[in-house]
Design a protein around this ligand. Structure first.
Ligand code: UD2
Ligand code: MN
Length: 581
């Protein structure tokens, strides 16, 4: 089989030499899966762990030789590639359009080499050589050419051919010229290995991924990637081995960050060998990472073994195809962008599966740079599809915990989120476990990092009394100051809550006194940031520890605390509810 192009179905038939299926009897996927025998094999050569100073027995992994890139070319080995100032305008324009420096990307080989940044131990794992095959699914909407094609090239270059059944591209109604005939012509070089399907309307990334699952029929596992990734050295076996062993396991690679300017690959966790994180959320459903704690570490023999994670970031994961269908793919009511990562994570855990993070499988992802114009949702969906998605997910999966979500996002209480009866029925019929079980057994460490929020006393925009100026966090967090801006009634950075613990909050952050009587927004400290009292009738916010009052300058756009003075209109405030629509 090695190195020869063969029909994948014939490989499937050959899987079990002891008990070959009769020629007229094509096995279905489930039978094939029961024939997989995947083990992490015992190691035979000594390897000393550099940190633990402990001997681990290991063979050097059998690795696919990697074709060289363009030796010494721009960005090779993921070395920094920096353009001169003469490109400045073109670079800015490309960042606005695509979110990355496409001028630089276009000069870097689509087949560039990268360096092997894996933990040393990863080089000593051995994987069974009968892993499941995969379809790699990439959905895209108006992506840049070279970042998209480098994703495809890296998969082809670094995936053993016998496992790569196909690459399925789903064009989510792009309107860029370079994604039309040029793309169709370009993928012809792979003789059908790379397939392209086009959505007839903008579906959003969530439904586009479900469509991808329908179209990708050749592989046993579906591997999802964003359209601006590069897979790393030997990424495939560690990612698929756990699924090959147990089809209800879903895996996520370690996601490194590719710099969208210089195209270096910045290791997640700063490259620290032991800086692993689990996927989490705060109670307003923002994506978070929490450190891998002792309880999880104890479950493992070695440091680079896969570990359990409560949630995935969303873009990059592998799931057995039939299992994804059994889970009903994504909720068909989720629109465009956001929340689907939590929906699938909860569904996996609560309905009998497992979600593992795999440190030895690494994939780089380019995060969008500031200045990107974004992908506005199409006109036919409402204005807050992401918020609606969150509400659907908590309504279906969070049980009584949904109160914590509404405490964190009171503006969504009245949001019309559509019909969820099908999903509730699914949960019932599959006897999926409660969210309480999930919080106690799997996500037990999250409340220590993101405490369950107390009930709100009042919430909404904080408007200068009878003015058109509101407090605005300007998106600042972790110690940034809050400012004054024109009220926009859109919520977001102008939406605050004061709760029974006297915290004045936005999302997971608390308002607190900064230097020189400034007001900052920062990570909530349970002891320190229980500072505020709102006297509704007096239109006053008091900072309890200092006995001073919340004050502002509409002219300077600043917020401060100062000695209380009832004659000062700048100390008068009103808090008005805002509802998401
Ligand atoms: C993260 C995820 C992303 C997705 C999102 C929440 C990672 C690394 N990325 O944001 O995969 O889970 O959170 O929903 O975990 N796209 C479409 N149609 C659209 C919009 C986007 O096809 O209407 C494509 C887009 O071209 C890209 C993918 O969907 O390939 C993900 O979008 P993104 O890269 O803008 O999301 P990201 O990485 O900010
Ligand atoms: Mn992305």
């Amino acid at each position: 089989v090695e190195g020869v192009e063969v029909d994948l179905h014939s490989i499937r038939l050959k899987r079990d030499p002891e008990n070959p299926p009769k020629p007229d009897q094509q096995p279905n996927q489930k039978q094939v899966i029961q024939q997989q025998y995947v083990t992490f094999k015992p190691h035979t050569h000594a390897y000393t762990d550099p940190v633990l100073k402990k001997g681990i027995l290991g063979n050097f992994e059998p690795k696919q030789p990697e074709p060289p890139g363009v030796a010494g070319g721009p960005g090779e080995e993921a070395k920094p590639f920096v353009l001169g100032p003469e490109y400045k305008d073109a670079v800015q324009a490309s960042i606005k359009e695509f979110g990355f420096n496409m001028v630089a990307s276009d000069m870097i080989s689509l087949d560039r080499s990268i360096s092997d940044i894996r933990h040393e131990e990863c080089k000593y794992w051995e994987y069974d050589d009968r892993l499941l095959t995969s379809s790699v699914v990439i959905v895209f909407h108006n992506e840049g050419w070279s970042t998209l094609m480098r994703t495809v090239h890296s998969v082809i270059k670094r995936t053993p051919r016998r496992y790569l059944a196909e690459i399925v591209l789903i064009d989510d109604f792009s309107n860029k010229v370079h994604l039309k005939e040029r793309l169709e012509d370009y993928i012809k070089q792979w003789n059908g290995l790379v397939k392209l399907f086009r959505n007839e309307k903008r579906e959003g990334l969530i439904q586009a991924r479900s469509i991808g699952a329908q179209k990708a029929t050749k592989g046993q596992v579906l591997i999802y990637l964003d359209a601006h990734c590069e897979v790393g050295t030997n990424w495939y076996p560690p990612l698929v081995a756990p699924i090959s062993k147990d089809r209800t396991v879903c895996t996520v690679p370690l996601i490194d960050s590719i710099d969208g300017q210089k195209y270096t690959i910045v290791p997640q966790g700063g490259g620290d060998d032991d800086n692993f994180a689990r996927g989490a959320w705060d109670w307003s459903m923002l994506w978070k990472r929490v450190p891998l704690g002792e309880r999880e570490k104890r479950q493992r023999q070695t440091r680079t073994e896969p570990y359990r994670s409560p949630a995935m970031a969303g873009g990059l994961f592998a799931i057995e195809r039939d299992f994804f269908f059994e889970l009903g793919l994504y909720d068909p009511g989720l629109q465009i962008w956001g929340g689907e990562n939590f929906e699938i994570s909860y569904k996996i855990w609560q309905c009998g599966g497992q979600l593992l993070f795999v440190p030895c499988s690494r994939v780089g992802h380019i995060y969008r740079l500031q200045g990107w114009q974004g992908n506005p949702p199409p006109a036919h969906v409402g204005s807050s599809p992401t918020l609606k998605n969150y509400v659907r997910v908590v309504e279906v999966w969070w049980d009584e915990y949904k109160d914590y979500f509404y405490a964190s996002r009171p503006e969504t209480l009245t949001l019309a989120y559509g019909d969820i009866s099908e999903l509730k029925r699914f949960r019932e019929e599959h006897r999926c476990k409660s969210f309480k079980w999930f919080m106690e057994e799997i996500a037990y460490d999250i409340p220590a990092h993101y405490p369950l929020p107390p009930k709100n006393v009042e919430w909404g925009e904080i408007r200068g009394y009878e003015t058109s100026y509101c407090i605005d966090s300007m998106g600042h967090t972790n110690g940034g100051t809050v400012e004054i801006g024109p009220c926009h009634r859109m919520g977001g950075n102008q939406l605050f809550r004061i709760n029974e613990a006297n915290q004045l909050m936005q999302y997971d952050q608390c308002l607190a006194k900064g230097a020189d009587n400034s007001v900052i927004i920062t990570h909530c400290d349970q002891k320190q940031h229980t500072d505020w009292k709102y006297f509704k009738d007096l239109h006053r916010f008091t900072h309890v520890p200092t006995g001073k009052c919340l004050d502002r300058s509409d002219l300077l756009h600043t917020v401060s605390i100062s000695d209380c003075d009832t004659s000062k209109t700048s100390q008068k405030w009103e808090m008005n509810n805002i509802v998401a629509v």
